[in-house]
Design a protein around this ligand. Structure first.
Ligand code: FAD
Length: 262
């Protein structure tokens, strides 16, 4: 089974800065990590490959430093890594991000399954998986907590608000996974060293994608941020309520009313 996994690099810090002209985060200025849930997407793909054989390609769109997350994915055991990195991709909202990823996936052409995380740690929109499925005209099975392949069908257990649903689809398919689907493996030191010393990462620019470049980056992004601000964290003091439960409960209700929370 040929699987494509989309992974994102996210800031590893609250110490962030903004480009006020575009309303976007200055990613070069922050430390960065692999989006935590994308470790689960990689683990899901690796588990399926162990069960059924196949080939795993990971794609990330981001600045040159996003190579780091692809090295991590190579260390975990994927077969091929592709970085979409070009000025033309900069300023992309979720639509332009999904469009660029879909162009890369169309270029790869051969795949049975695309796996994304349910949401990122920074943007948290959960848009990219479903939008990607639309661009690729694929059935989408979202927020999966279990994946099984039976003959030519894929079955997933999908977490919904008050329980689970069992869904099935034919290949090719796009699946988004939740955090509880698995426990991501920790690569050995040797595998990490190999990922840095032995493995190649393909870098694809906008012009490599044989597509309408108008759809990339800021040009292809209908979202316009009106303003951005960093919320100041209030340094509050804790009030500890002591005494008999009926007295402290009354006081708690009063406090919540004073704060407009009841
Ligand atoms: C006006 C505007 C300008 C922006 N400019 C920039 C910019 O210049 N640079 C920038 O980095 N961000 C920019 N962003 C943010 C960017 O649009 C989002 O980070 C991106 O679309 C992913 O959205 P999300 O974080 O909500 O991901 P979600 O949809 O929550 O992510 C779900 C899953 O999609 C996949 N995924 C998401 N993003 C990527 C990716 N980049 N590569 C591979 N897989 C991915 C992963 O599997 C992830 O787990 C901008 C946003 C706006 C609104």
């Amino acid at each position: 089974m040929d699987i494509i996994v989309c992974i994102k690099q996210v800031p590893d810090s609250y110490d962030i800065s903004w480009d006020k002209s575009t309303g976007s985060l200055s990613r070069q200025s922050t430390g960065a990590i692999l989006n935590p849930i994308d470790k689960n997407t990689l683990e899901a793909a690796l588990t399926l490959r162990e069960e059924r054989g196949g080939f795993i390609t990971a794609i990330s769109m981001g600045p040159d430093q996003a190579e780091e997350v692809l090295r991590e994915a190579l260390g975990m055991g994927i077969d091929k890594a592709i970085l979409l990195s070009d000025k033309v991709f900069a300023g992309a909202d979720t639509l332009a991000t999904s469009y660029a990823l879909s162009c890369a996936i169309k270029k790869i052409n051969r795949f049975d399954m695309v796996i994304c995380g349910k949401e990122s740690y920074d943007g948290v929109t959960g848009h990219v998986g479903p939008q990607l499925a639309e661009f690729l005209d694929l059935p989408q099975l979202t927020n999966s907590t279990e994946i099984a392949v039976k003959k030519n069908k894929v079955l997933v257990k999908q977490k919904i608000e008050d329980g689970y649903r069992l869904l099935e689809a034919s290949f090719p398919v796009l699946i988004t996974v939740g955090k509880n689907i698995n426990q991501p493996r920790i690569p050995s030191m040797e595998d990490i060293m190999d990922a840095y010393r032995e493995k190649m990462i393909d870098i694809w620019r906008g012009e490599d994608l044989n597509s309408n470049t108008e759809g990339f980056g800021l040009n292809g992004s209908p979202t316009k941020s009106q303003s951005v601000y960093v919320k100041k964290l209030e340094k509050g003091s804790a009030e500890i309520l002591k005494g008999e439960p009926d007295v402290t409960a009354k006081r708690l209700v009063e406090i919540l009313k004073e704060k407009g929370l009841l």
